[in-house]
Ligand binder design. Structure first.
Ligand SMILES: CC(=O)N[C@H]1[C@@H](OP(=O)(O)OP(=O)(O)OC[C@H]2O[C@@H](n3ccc(=O)[nH]c3=O)[C@H](O)[C@@H]2O)O[C@H](CO)[C@@H](O)[C@@H]1O
Length: 392
């Protein structure tokens, strides 16, 4: 894939970025900030940035680690319901009432910082920040990770100067008024995710019991872990560990319950199983070590696995907005880039999907190649071009 054409940079640029809650919204924002920072540093220009997030979102932990100044606003979590009347629950009404306060807080922050552009990457916090950008007449750029616009971006689309989307298939789904300003950038992936080293994962995680003659499977349920995947993998462990080493990211709250599966394993197999709540800075190395991945099909994970070219078995979260994860998984399956386990998930179905992949390295290689063809390693460059071009 061709890399994005680079425009010449202004002498200085001030950006407010807002988005977060989960990794899916936080990491694209972080990657865009880092990309701009690097480009201005290389060019000798000045780049100032401020992140507007919530106290409880992942962004509140990520921004300080990266040295990004961080300001908080309150916001409301709007809970979806099939019946519109149920949207008027007490919790929703209380949360909706918090949005105007969040807008007022964000407006004050934007006035004080005077950014050239506000970039919003979704999540509840993006709503007050995006609406305040419009009130302050600052150009607003939206980035959407998923195929269908998320709730926050749907609310903000009418206020945006530019909308950056991750997939061509999003374009026909956009409101007509937004389509003309939309650009397909892809979903930015943190660069370090692409440069992991298998040997470092072995050393960092102490995988001394792994049998290096066998392939390695990485199981991930997203940052919180997925109980559905955990139960299926737990039941399948004796079968799996005869054929593959397993790194299982199960969510911090699920480690104790998963330990009982490990305890029941024969001694000969136990060393091939590594259980962890969350994979932190060693994620790139774990991905590099993995020959096959079993995962939820959230947009962030998908962007990473396609950029790397990893054969995957997806177990979509059935309750994701508009069935978005099932749509993602199906899309990759149709391209021959993954297997999608839609509907009931059982250990037997998981083993059935994995068996041909574990047994046949050539089959894995073909799937990896098709996955890589869907990856967009230059998405961050493309997104920052859109951000820079939105400045008036
Ligand atoms: C439950 C829900 O609403 N999920 C949505 C959420 O996904 P969510 O943020 O939960 O999941 P994503 O797959 O988008 O991103 C997860 C990110 O966390 C990282 N990670 C995960 C586990 C771990 O141990 N360490 C780690 O670093 C992954 O590598 C990835 O970068 O936002 C996505 C993007 O809008 C949507 O597509 C998902 O449907």
């Amino acid at each position: 894939m061709q890399s994005a054409d680079r425009s010449s940079l202004p002498r200085s640029f001030r950006l407010i970025v807002s988005g977060g809650g989960t990794g899916g919204h936080t990491y694209p924002a972080l990657t865009a900030v880092r990309t701009l920072r690097d480009r201005f540093a290389a060019d000798g220009g000045t780049f100032d940035v401020l992140w507007i997030g919530t106290v409880e979102g992942l962004e509140a932990r990520v921004a300080p680690i990266e040295g990004i100044p961080f300001a908080t606003v309150v916001t409301g979590k709007i809970r979806r319901a099939a019946n519109p009347l149920k949207m008027l629950s007490l919790a929703n009404l209380r949360d909706m009432a918090r949005v105007p306060l969040g807008i007022a807080q964000a407006r004050k922050i934007i006035r004080g910082f005077a950014p050239d552009v506000v970039l919003a990457t979704g999540g509840y916090v993006a709503v007050p920040a995006g609406l305040a950008a419009r009130l302050c007449r600052v150009p607003l750029v939206l980035h959407e990770q998923t195929v269908r616009l998320g709730l926050a971006n749907r609310r903000l689309a009418g206020s945006a100067a530019r909308v950056a989307v991750s997939s061509e298939s999003t374009l026909p789904l956009l409101p007509e008024s937004v389509r003309s300003s939309a650009v397909v950038t892809g979903n930015p992936v943190r660069p370090e995710v692409l440069t992991g080293h298998p040997g470092k994962a072995v050393a960092a995680l102490g995988l001394t019991g792994f049998d290096r003659r066998l392939p390695t499977l990485y199981v991930t349920g997203g940052a919180q872990g997925a109980q559905q995947i955990n139960a299926g993998v737990g039941d399948a462990l004796p079968w799996l560990l005869e054929r593959v080493n397993v790194i299982h990211q199960c969510g911090a709250d699920n480690v104790e319950s998963m330990r009982r599966y490990a305890a029941a394993l024969p001694d000969a197999l136990r060393g091939r199983y590594h259980l962890t709540g969350f994979v932190g800075s060693e994620l790139p190395d774990v991905l590099a070590l993995a020959d096959v991945v079993v995962s939820r099909s959230g947009a962030g994970t998908l962007a990473e696995l396609t950029a790397l070219g990893k054969p995957a078995v997806f177990v979509p979260l059935a309750s994701s907005a508009g069935g978005e994860q099932a749509h993602n998984a199906r899309h990759l399956q149709e391209a021959g880039a993954a297997v999608a386990l839609l509907g009931d998930f059982t250990a037997a179905r998981l083993c059935g999907a994995l068996e041909p992949l574990l047994a046949d390295p050539a089959r894995r290689a073909r799937m990896a190649q098709r996955a890589r063809a869907l990856g967009r390693p230059d998405a961050a460059d493309r997104l920052v071009e859109v951000v820079l071009s939105a400045a008036t």
